[in-house]
Design a protein around this ligand. Structure first.
Ligand code: HEM
Ligand code: HEM
Ligand SMILES: [Fe+2]
Length: 477
């Protein structure tokens, strides 16, 4: 399966390396979904795979695989656009390939250890060898250090290629932002045995990734994709990008206060977190408008010239890009805003409402556009001028999106019930937690989440099938 996407139409070694990253990304995405399904079944039948594959492990692998596949796809997307944006081949792609294999071997070992050593005391040596215990970025120390080395190789490639080639606005933002993105990982490696301090630094990685540097990263991807897919004007796209960068960092950095409400940090974070995180949806609206406006404008320009409207060079990539504009706004902007004020968050904190937001935001803001970039890669790999959506592309898109949206709604209902019963009515006691989880609203919602998870998984199968076949099919068409 790994090699069934041919890359011989690619002349750039950097882009071939990008495709290698995409292949592993999609495999890890599949693993993520399988783990999610196991965890979802365990919500309904707690004895399922008990002591064979515990919930704690399924959940951990689910969300770590999520982060890792997205980082893989981000590196892949960067290598895809690096050569095209700079007009220069990557400077040290051989070294980059070595880094890829080292990273992939390390990820495999880490996952195997997670699965083989499921329970036991946490000690100094488990920290180094098994698990660091920091949600989403649980890799043990040895792997942390390996990851830093591989990322340094990657960054060296990006930076030196940028210096050697053309310096577009998009690449300038990319290079600066990647430095921040990679540097933040170090904040998750600081060792402390004080849980408040631990959480304080941990959020520097998680929040400043997804609400600052990753958002800027997808901003650069969207800018690049709009130029390539619909021929949008570079000046317009880059102007938007600078505005988005300004707004994203403006609200995202202090918006981190919305995680400092209840972990033992000083109370002034209530005001700071409330104000700045409430502003976070603004740049997300800008990104939404940006994509739809540019698309509409390009269509209008062609129409005015009397040309046919269909100027999209890659149908599925463009559809996923539009889904990204909607998904980012809904999942991060709306579902995030719902619970971001401390007056609301005191009731919703850590309920299934949080999980609803986590699913829709990660999917809407990141999975969508990264899948779009995979389609872009396939188009390049097969050297086709114009790639149209197939039946499978549409099935993949519709089922995955419908499935994730369905899970989000189900979890929102479960969260609502927890807020009313567990928090509002029963005062957030231990007993309240279990009472709320045993009421029909909660159980039915969890059942629907599992059903919608299966829908998502079927969509994923279509997606992979399409990625493996669409290149050849459009070559023949
Ligand atoms: C694409 C961007 C985003 C992603 C991927 C994302 C993802 C997540 C995830 C996974 C969590 C749960 C973390 C945990 O395990 O404790 C979370 C929590 C939270 N997010 Fe977001 N988020 C995004 C943007 C936003 C935005 C824009 C806002 C506000 C406007 C927001 C507000 C919150 C709040 C308040 C919490 C804490 C929930 C609680 O107290 O339980 N998020 N986010
Ligand atoms: C087959 C589909 C999926 C199923 C059945 C599923 C199921 C689950 C389950 C059971 C949990 C643990 C929730 C908890 O501890 O209360 C979870 C957590 C999570 N999943 Fe999924 N998931 C699926 C797909 C996805 C996708 C596509 C994404 C994002 C792209 C995603 C992102 C997350 C995140 C961020 C969390 C942590 C949320 C939090 O703690 O707030 N999942 N998922
Ligand atoms: Fe946040």
């Amino acid at each position: 399966m790994l090699t069934s996407i041919k890359t011989h139409s690619l002349t750039s070694e950097g882009q071939k390396l990008g495709m290698m990253y995409f292949r592993v990304a999609i495999i890890l995405f599949g693993a993520q979904l399988l783990m999610g399904l196991i965890a979802a079944i365990q919500f309904l039948a707690p004895g399922f795979l008990f002591e064979l594959f515990d919930f704690s492990v399924a959940r951990m692998v689910h969300i770590n695989a999520l982060v890792v596949w997205m980082l893989y796809a981000m590196i892949g997307a960067t290598y895809m656009m690096l050569t095209e944006e700079t007009g220069h081949e990557g400077v040290a792609i051989g070294l980059g390939k070595l880094g890829f294999w080292v990273l992939t071997a390390a990820v495999t070992v880490v996952v195997l250890v997670y699965i083989l050593v499921q329970v036991g005391p946490g000690t100094e040596s488990t920290l180094w060898l098994i698990n660091e215990g920091r949600e989403y970025i649980e890799a043990p120390r040895w792997a942390d250090i390996g990851i830093v080395v591989v990322v340094l190789i990657f960054y060296y490639n990006v930076f030196m290629t940028y210096m050697a080639g053309e310096k577009t606005g998009i690449m300038t933002v990319m290079v600066a932002n990647l430095l921040a993105l990679a540097g933040l990982y170090l904040a998750g490696m600081i060792y402390t045995d004080n849980i408040s301090m631990d959480q304080f630094w941990w959020w520097w990685v998680i929040h400043l990734w997804v609400e600052a540097t990753w958002e800027v990263f997808v901003g650069t991807l969207a800018a690049f994709a709009l130029i390539r897919l619909i021929g949008a004007k570079r000046e317009v796209v880059e102007m938007w990008l600078w505005i988005e960068v300004l707004m994203l960092f403006g609200s995202g950095i202090l918006g981190m206060g919305h995680h400092y409400f209840w972990i033992g940090t000083p109370e002034y974070w209530w005001e700071i977190g409330a104000l700045f995180s409430a502003l976070e949806p603004v740049p997300l609206i800008a990104m939404f408008v940006h994509v739809l406006y540019d698309w509409g404008k390009e269509q209008g320009v062609h129409e005015a010239k009397g040309e046919p409207k269909g100027v999209i060079t890659n149908g599925p990539a463009m559809s996923w890009l539009v889904l990204n504009a909607f998904g980012n706004f809904l999942g991060a902007g709306i579902w995030g805003f719902f619970h971001t004020l401390p007056q609301v968050n005191i009731y919703t904190h850590g309920t299934q409402f949080t999980a609803a937001h986590g699913h829709l935001s990660f999917f809407g803001a990141y999975a969508t556009i990264l899948i779009g970039m995979m389609y872009y890669g396939v188009q390049k790999a097969y050297g086709v001028e114009r790639m149209k959506s197939t039946f499978k592309s549409k099935m993949g898109m519709v089922l995955v999106t419908f499935g994730v949206m369905g899970m989000t709604i189900a979890l929102t209902i479960a969260g609502y019930e927890q807020v009313l019963v567990e928090r509002g009515e029963m005062g957030a006691t231990w007993n309240a937690f279990f009472t709320a989880q045993n009421l029909p609203w909660y159980i039915q919602a969890q059942l629907w989440r599992a059903i919608m998870g299966v829908v998502t998984f079927i969509g994923f199968i279509y997606l992979v099938w399409d990625l493996l076949t669409i290149g050849k099919a459009s070559q023949e068409a």
